[in-house]
Design a protein around this ligand. Structure first.
Ligand SMILES: [Zn+2]
Length: 160
């Protein structure tokens, strides 16, 4: 039995989620309390939901696997329709990357703060995501570098 620090109930260990960093390998709050905490957090801080989701890697990996094959790898362009400024990128999973930029407003590996900032300022509807070419990752990286050099895209250059 273990005492939950949230509800103070004495509960069996299966009522607690695992946490390898703890001495007993369990979280300090029971599953019910954790669930309530998460719901409260989502309600109070909707802007942090995406960051919160990033921590749920098992969920994200499942989502990524589902989408990875959908559009495959390649080079893409994001355009700010109000300023015509662009961003060029490549990804091994185009649909996932599109969602990271345009829906979740986050990209763990490739956070372009300037682009993100403008999406939040100008609004997501004023940006379009276009696929330039669907091709293997290596080819995509090369084409991405070539296009950045040639076009000097605002969001790539100013970001560095
Ligand atoms: Zn509890």
């Amino acid at each position: 039995m273990k005492n939950c620090i949230g509800c103070n109930k004495s509960l069996t260990s299966d009522q607690f989620s695992k946490r390898s960093a703890s001495k007993d390998g369990l979280q300090d709050k029971c599953k019910v309390c954790n669930k309530a905490d998460n719901a409260k957090f989502r309600k109070e801080k909707p802007e942090y939901i995406n960051e919160w989701r990033v921590g749920k890697t098992d969920v994200l990996i499942a989502i990524n696997r589902k989408y990875q094959s959908k559009w495959g790898s390649g080079v893409y362009k994001i355009t700010n329709l109000l300023t015509n400024q662009i961003y060029i990128g490549s990804s091994k999973a185009l649909l996932r990357r599109r969602n990271e930029h345009m829906e979740q407003f986050s990209s763990k590996n490739n956070t372009n703060k300037l682009l993100l900032q403008d999406i939040l300022i100008y609004g997501r509807d004023n940006f379009i995501f276009e696929i330039i070419k669907q091709c293997p990752v290596k080819e995509a990286r090369e084409l991405e570098a070539k296009l950045i050099k040639k076009l000097q895209p605002h969001y790539n250059i100013k970001w560095k």
